[in-house]
Design a protein around this ligand. Sequence first.
Ligand code: FAD
Length: 288
Amino acid sequence: MTRPNISFEFFPPKSLAASFRLWDTVQALAPLAPGFVSVTYGAGGTTRQLTHEAVTTIGKSTGLNVAAHLTCVDASRDETLEIAQTYAAAGVKEIVALRGDTPGAGVFEARPDGFGSSVELIEGLTQAGDFNIRVGAYPEAHPESTDMAQNIAWLKRKFEAGATSAITQFFFEPETFFRFRDACQAAGIDGDRIIPGVLPIENWKGTRKFAERCGTSIPADIAQAYDNAARDDCHDLLALAQCSELCSDLLDGGVNDLHFYTLNTPDLTRDCCRALGIEPELKLEKVA
Ligand code: FAD
């Protein structure tokens, strides 16, 4: 089997302890030679600055290709494009372009002078610079979409606006991804451009809550297995087996790319890659 393309998502650290954790994670995972790594973006000035610092520092110190997440939330068009320009000036060529959610509001509230949707943001970015634009995709439909057809029609508009690939929300069963990829292909989207987002489960309770919030369905047998594993103190063993099996099934089904939501902890992601035969390839000379 050819080596799959892998990528890792991190979030920006908000404390000194969190910075150390991020650096440990980057150092542990970078040798696996990801095609890109990405850093999430939050609403609010401080978090934005943290994303910028994490993106530029990871890029400079490791030489990895870093994608900066960017949303339309609570900023004017000019402010958003200015952030993109500072990335371009720092040599960052990849943006994960998202609409985002307005904090506290429960829904996205567009600012009159801001981008009103992910499609508008993508259009703005394509005019502003030469970015490789990735977007989000929802194999179980986004909670705000009326149905799967509308969910996919909107994704298609994002590709038509200039996106080159879409990273999916996490899911538990490979069939969920395959059904979605097939439906995207039937709608005229190249299935190879849909990258499955894989969440190695470090914390079952947190994952449950997050799945509920974002509409990811949890198969009853998996929920039962995690409950049993907590009781028997063998969570990590189950998490590695479950994540590796999911990835292995995806690769068997023709997937070439895997995007891991690392949550800034390296062990499960690294062990899962190794279980798939993905060995370290890079020496991180640049990291102090
Ligand atoms: P879109 O795909 O633009 O919209 C979601 C759905 O809403 C669509 O499927 C469509 O059905 C419907 N819709 C939206 N607008 C329209 C419209 N104008 N007309 C018709 N239908 C419409 N959030 C953050 O805050 N920071 C991050 O860094 C971040 N990273 C993410 C990374 C990935 C890979 C994913 C999948 C999500 C991420 N999110 C992040 C969460 C994301 O911001 C939320 O899921 C948000 O609700 C949707 O953003 P989007 O760009 O994916 O939405």
